[in-house]
Design a protein around this ligand. Structure first.
Ligand SMILES: C[S@@+](CC[C@H](N)C(=O)[O-])C[C@H]1O[C@@H](n2cnc3c(N)ncnc32)[C@H](O)[C@@H]1O
Length: 312
């Protein structure tokens, strides 16, 4: 286990935090110099996006704008579909089966991404809507599962650039929010985005398939579109890992073959996404499935289901 210090130079001040690296030694980034790499990514992310104190600005904007969605017409949908098919084929050819390299040198996302528009499926119709609105259901589910716990300790597995951690922090002051990422590049965005938040010290590097964390060490563990990229076999290992680590339960928002249309199924299979988590959850001896349903607002075409499982 490595512990490294990373630095942020914010105008006149320089601050340091310690980042743990809990990834297994077989990790693709393990032979590169971890400390230099992460610091370099942080410096580049700051250069690209700056360091901002987001407070609740973006969150309030999402709450205000979430209803302003525009329906996508038939012709527009058809054109989008053709573009997406091309995109999937290009992506598959470029990245092969692994999606890891997609994030290796990814551009650095800022929280402004939450305000941008995306495509969503709502009751079988396609809409353009603000991206943050699709995350509201997830953060409400996490907060609901925590509601009887004093100062719940929550973990986001594969937290990306910290978009959900930011949203959850705006929804509730009464939570200890932790998150981990697999790649230095993604964690760098997350560190920069959450620099002014109270949980910047709760970030680390880890592999969801092989978590070097104690059993029952977090009250609730959640994910959003992380299992999809692991393929079915690794996704099974990952679900078992977050189940082992959680004390109360998990909220998993991931694509599934259930309820998917022909195009969604084709996309999932071409990208070798994982297809089915519910059957694995059902094998957990002490599990109570609380929810398994379509997300209210589903990313399109990467549509997802909400799976909430509690330890009974
Ligand atoms: C589609 S992004 C979603 C990010 C974030 N959950 C969100 O909702 O914005 C998938 C993320 O999963 C991360 N990931 C992929 N494999 C992982 C692994 N084995 N362990 C942890 N994170 C992983 C990727 O680095 C990437 O940031």
């Amino acid at each position: 286990m490595n512990i490294g210090k990373v630095q942020i130079k914010d105008k006149k001040t320089i601050e340091e935090i310690e980042i743990k690296d809990l990834r297994p030694s077989s990790h693709p980034e393990s032979d590169s110099s971890f400390y230099d790499d992460l610091q370099q990514h942080i410096d580049r992310a700051i250069k690209q996006n700056g360091i901002r104190d987001y407070n609740k600005g973006i969150y309030n904007h999402i709450l205000k704008e979430q209803k302003n969605r525009k329906k996508v017409g038939f012709l527009e949908h058809l054109l989008i579909l053709i573009g997406q098919v091309k995109g999937v084929i290009k992506y598959r050819l470029k990245h092969g089966k692994s999606t890891f390299n997609r994030y290796e040198n990814y551009h650095y996302e800022s929280l402004d991404l939450l305000k941008s528009e995306g495509l969503f499926k709502i009751q079988n119709q396609i809409f353009r809507a603000i991206k943050g609105s699709a995350r509201l259901e997830l953060i409400h589910s996490v907060s609901e599962l925590c509601k009887d716990i004093d100062l719940p300790k929550v973990l986001e597995a594969g937290c990306g650039s910290g978009l959900n951690m930011y949203m959850l922090g705006c929804l509730s002051d009464n939570m200890e929010i932790h998150g981990f990422e697999y790649t230095n590049a993604r964690l760098a965005s997350c560190i920069v985005n959450l620099w002014h938040s109270r949980y910047k010290n709760n970030l680390f590097l880890a592999d969801i398939c092989n978590l070097n964390l104690e059993d029952n060490s977090y009250d609730v563990v959640f994910t959003n579109h992380v299992f999809e990229q692991l393929g079915q076999k690794n996704a099974e290992a990952a679900l078992k890992e977050i189940w082992r680590v959680c004390k109360k339960g998990i909220v998993v928002c991931e694509p599934t073959i259930h309820g998917a249309n022909i195009f969604e199924k084709w996309r999932m299979r071409t990208l070798e996404y994982c297809e089915d988590l519910i059957s694995i959850a059902k094998t957990f001896p002490d599990a109570e499935i609380i929810t398994y349903k379509e997300d209210n607002i589903r990313y399109y075409p990467n549509t997802s289901y909400h799976l909430i499982v509690k330890k009974s």
